[in-house]
Write a protein that binds this ligand. Structure first.
Ligand code: UDP
Length: 150
């Protein structure tokens, strides 16, 4: 009488995304947002901001000891970025798939980084890599009332 196969549906998740300064400068915010929307991700919060050094350092605190950290902070503060919360089925993994590999030379054809990134540091987008980082990163940029249930 019972179906033990369980529920095969994928959970609705929220993930955090940044359109980085290189992609904003290239005027491809809309093209990147369009990738999200065409692939079942809804933008439920969005704003353009200029990161302070302190904000960028805090965001990338896990990379503090890495050799590329100073250059990464300098790049992320070099121009405005768009920060957004994306919502949808399996949003965290789906966004990572749409982004492609960190190094655009290794990114699969048709991914955001393959199409818009110039280098491993100026790589067009950020996306949370796990539920814990998604929750932390969303809260780092958005108050609860800035996220719009849809
Ligand atoms: N990064 C870099 N040089 C490297 C590795 C990473 O400049 O050798 C930067 C790059 O912008 C990357 C960010 O640091 O997006 C965070 O690195 P991570 O390994 O978390 O990659 P991601 O999750 O963004 O794909």
């Amino acid at each position: 009488p019972f179906c033990l196969l369980g529920d095969l549906s994928v959970a609705i998740e929220r993930t955090f995304s940044i359109v980085k300064p290189d992609a904003v400068a290239k005027n491809v915010i809309g093209e990147i947002y369009s990738r999200f929307e065409k692939n079942g991700l809804k933008i439920v919060a969005s704003k353009m901001v200029r990161l302070s050094q302190e904000k960028a350092e805090g965001f990338y605190a896990e990379h503090k000891e890495r050799p590329f950290f100073p250059a990464l902070v300098e790049f992320m503060t070099s121009g405005p970025v768009c920060v957004q919360v994306l919502e949808g089925e399996g949003a965290i993994l789906k966004n990572r798939e749409l982004m492609g590999a960190t190094n655009p030379k290794e990114a699969a054809a048709g991914t955001i980084r393959a199409d818009f990134a110039s280098s491993i540091d100026a790589n067009a987008v950020h996306g949370s890599d796990a539920p814990e980082s998604a929750a932390r990163e969303i809260a780092y940029f958005f108050a609860e009332e800035e996220i719009c249930a849809r």
